[in-house]
Design a protein around this ligand. Sequence first.
Ligand code: PBG
Length: 337
Amino acid sequence: MPDLTPVSGFPTRRMRRLRRTSALRRLVAETTLSVDDLVAPLFVADGLDVPRPVASLPGVSQHTVDSLVSEVRRLAGLGVPGVILFPLPRNQDKDATGSAALSPDGITRRAIEAVRTAVGDDLVIMADCCLDEFTDHGHCGIVDPDTGDVDNDATVQLYADLAVVQASAGAHVIAPSGMMDGQVAAIRGALDRAGHADAAVLAYAAKYASALYGPFREAADVTIAGGGDRKGYQQDFRNGREALAEVALDVAEGADMVMVKPALTYLDVVADVRALVDVPVAAYHVSGEYAMVKAAAERGWIDGPAVALEQVTAVKRAGADFVLTYFAGELAEALHG
Ligand code: PBG
């Protein structure tokens, strides 16, 4: 009998063997990041003549409607399957209830219509459904003058109206991001009654009150009055189980897809949500996550594109089906080689 005892250190050498060449690594990779996994967040501002770069988000601009359309066309050409739009009013149009969001000839409608006309169904148009960009106090809804808190139910009613405006302008997906209780059910009901049963709802289901939204607030020109915060309606970063309850409620209310936000500080939540539900799970790699990579790369401290790829792939590995990220365009270019 020949001696069949492996002499090469089986099984301890298996890992090394399979890491030896790039082709072997590709063959056994558990996670693949594809252009199909990316959604680009885009800002479009009313009253701009030329796009305005956002200092804390290098490579990101507030667009004019025209430059927004060109950017969406460029992303569609790169194969990016989705964009999420953040329309921004002129400063003087902000008020206590965010009424400019709903205005029939306002930036919400004009931006979504222009994009839909340009790309049709070739790319998924998502609309962030919230009011903080439109309120003069910077909260995500109507503030109750007696308590100083956001009035949940009055706000939900406005979200329902906004969702109908967004869907009728051509948004394929409505993405409520205000973390009001009952917002998904109210939006689903309003969409159905208005003849938009086909418009899908992507719920920002587990959205944390995060310090990582800083650059977004610059991009969207949002300041919360009196140095306030959103801790009364967004989630506490110490809580994970609570996220699962939020997600379960949103799915029960009719969410077609659910989102965890931010992404990297909440990969445990992404993994748990993936295990809990069968609907598609998204994660939002937010402005602060992007800005940190850009800032360190600018100083030559890290390899920016490599870190971007590593981070966004990690979000997929944790269980996200797709990732909203300001790196979408750059990653799409890189993935095309
Ligand atoms: C609310 C909204 C926010 C973000 C997306 N939708 C800001 C907030 O909740 O304060 C943040 C996105 C990011 O930081 O990239 N409309």
